[in-house]
Structure formats: structure tokens, C-alpha cells
Design a binder for this molecule. Structure first.
Ligand SMILES: [Fe+2]
Length: 304
């Protein structure tokens, strides 16, 4: 199973309809996808990873291997409630706390700020595109105070006994849209799809990996899913993961789009065509098919 790849360069030409349909399908069926040609400066992305890796080596690595987590693994005690992870969190919006994080160099703070500013444009674009596909979502992220944006910076350190512990236990994400800058060599991220764990490959060429959180599932009335995922640790190589959360602000009121019980704006001819093959079946699945069909139609209309 190949995870969907959305090529953002195709949004501005005659492939826009197909690309929107692909995005819609990815959100519906996968809850995650890769974004290529996102227009974020790739040199900047490389610099973020390099500086974070150096920060981990200098400030976090030693204490991680001396931590309670490492001791529990060494003694082979219960590891079902721990994560083999060394992480910290940075808030960017509405207010930034980046200058309060111990030992972050000025260069790293500035590089991160620059990266987040570019990434936010991609997040806004994605929320616009998703809203275009499902009519509703953008409002929740762009209230008068704007979105809440934070980054979980994590390393999944080399693990001597990867069979005994998870890098990060399985979960869904709480918020909105998650944009991940991740390792280009070490794998580990896995998404649960159709009863199987699907391995997300390392990001080549600085593709951004995107997944949607619980609020997107609520806002879209379950149409777009927040999908269970986890991180597996590795014996050789530690994986970098810089996950930026584009969330509604804390006091945003979240409620689902009014659920459409019946399909709208369809051609009767399309209905008849479907009816011809489903006449003696239940009518509810037929209505459902029409709803899906009208959604698909929406995707191929040119936007203005
Ligand atoms: Fe997550």
C-alpha cells in the first residue's frame, strides 16, 4: 500500500481538479499523505534538521540514556507505558516561547521561526483546500485570534532492544492538521490502515508528511479521519521528527458541519443510472453513493 502523494505544483493548472480529488480521497481513506513541491525552502529544512540534531547530541542524548526510561528497558521491566522518545515542545502562535527553551541557540531560534513562517503558509493552504472539499473547516482555524501553532521536536534514539518498547505508543492526534518534517534515512512512523500497520517511508527530498487530527474528524462529521499511528524505535539510527501542529485556538468552539442526511445538487439522470443497477437493494447506500458522487463533482469544478 502506497501512501498518497499530493503534488502541490499541480494545483495551479489543468490538473487542479484531479489534485483536489486526490487530496479528498487521501483525507477520507488514509487520514495522511505526503506533500511534494510545497514551496518551503529545502535548504532551510535541512538547516532545521541539522541544528536540531546537533542540539540533541549536545543537550539531550546523554540524559536520555541515563533516564528512568532507559533504565527500565535495561532491566527489562514493564515498558508498556513508556515511550522511547526524547522530546520537547515549542509554542509559536498565538505567542512564542522559543526564547525560553534552555540552550537553544539564537541561530536555531531564528531558523525555526523562519521555517514555521513558511510552513504556516502551507498549513493555511491545506486548510483552505480541505474547506473547499468539505465546505466548512477553515473557520475553525482562522478565528479572530488565528490558529494555535506548536511544534513537538523529537528524536527517537537508537534503541538496544527495539522489540521491547515503542518509540511512541499508538494514538490519534488531538488537533487539526499536523505537518511533519522527518528523517530522510531512519524509518519508524506507522499508520494503521484497513487492519494493517503501514510503514511511512523516510521523507526523500524534504517532502512534508501530513496527517489530520481528531478536530478535523469532528469538523467534517467523520468524513476526514484521524488515523491511529505509532513510532517504532530502531537498533541502528536515531530518527528525527519535527511535528508542527496547526490547531484551533483553545477557546475555539468546535462542532461538526451539519450532517447532510440526503444528497444534494445531483443530476436526476445520475441517480437513475445508479438506480438501474441497485433497484432491488436498500436505498440508503444509494443515497450515500450519491453524496459521494456530488462530493467528487465538487472536486472537479474549477475554483475561483
Ligand atoms: Fe501523533
Amino acid at each position: 500500500m502506497e501512501i498518497p502523494v499530493i503534488d502541490f505544483s499541480k494545483l495551479n493548472g489543468d490538473k487542479r481538479g484531479d489534485t483536489m480529488a486526490l487530496l479528498h480521497k487521501a483525507c477520507e481513506k488514509w487520514g495522511c499523505f505526503m506533500v511534494e513541491n510545497h514551496e518551503i525552502d529545502t535548504q532551510l529544512m535541512e538547516k532545521v534538521k541539522k541544528l536540531i540534531n546537533a542540539y540533541y547530541e549536545e543537550n539531550l542524548k546523554e540524559s536520555f540514556y541515563q533516564s528512568e526510561i532507559a533504565k527500565r528497558l535495561e532491566k527489562q521491566q514493564n515498558t508498556s507505558d513508556i515511550d522511547w522518545e526524547s522530546a520537547f515542545f515549542i509554542w509559536h502562535r498565538p505567542t512564542s516561547n522559543i526564547n525560553e527553551i534552555p540552550n537553544l541557540s539564537q541561530e536555531l531560534c531564528e531558523t525555526m521561526d523562519e521555517y514555521i513562517a513558511q510552513l504556516l503558509k502551507l498549513a493555511e493552504k491545506l486548510s483552505e483546500l480541505m474547506s473547499e472539499n468539505v465546505d466548512y473547516m477553515k473557520k475553525a482555524f482562522s478565528g479572530s485570534k488565528g490558529p494555535a501553532v506548536g511544534t513537538k521536536v523529537a528524536k527517537y534514539p537508537e534503541c538496544p532492544r527495539p522489540e521491547l518498547v515503542k518509540g511512541l505508543r499508538e494514538h490519534t492526534d488531538a488537533g487539526g492538521i499536523i505537518l511533519l518534517l522527518q528523517d530522510d534515512k531512519v524509518p519508524g512512523l506507522e499508520f494503521f490502515k484497513d487492519g494493517n500497520w503501514v510503514q511511512i517511508p523516510p521523507s526523500k527530498n524534504n517532502a512534508i508528511f501530513v496527517n489530520t487530527g481528531d478536530q478535523v474528524e469532528v469538523l467534517t462529521n467523520g468524513l476526514y479521519k484521524s488515523v491511529v499511528h505509532r513510532v517504532m524505535p530502531h537498533k541502528n539510527g536515531s530518527r528525527i521528527s519535527i511535528a508542527t501542529f496547526y490547531n484551533p485556538i483553545g477557546d475555539a468552539i468546535i462542532s461538526p458541519a451539519p450532517k447532510l442526511l440526503y444528497p444534494t445538487n445531483f443530476h436526476f439522470g445520475d441517480y437513475l443510472k445508479l438506480y438501474g443497477t441497485t433497484k432491488f437493494a436498500e436505498k440508503a447506500p444509494r443515497f450515500e453513493s450519491m453524496k459521494n458522487m456530488t462530493n467528487a463533482h465538487k472536486n472537479i469544478l474549477p475554483s475561483n
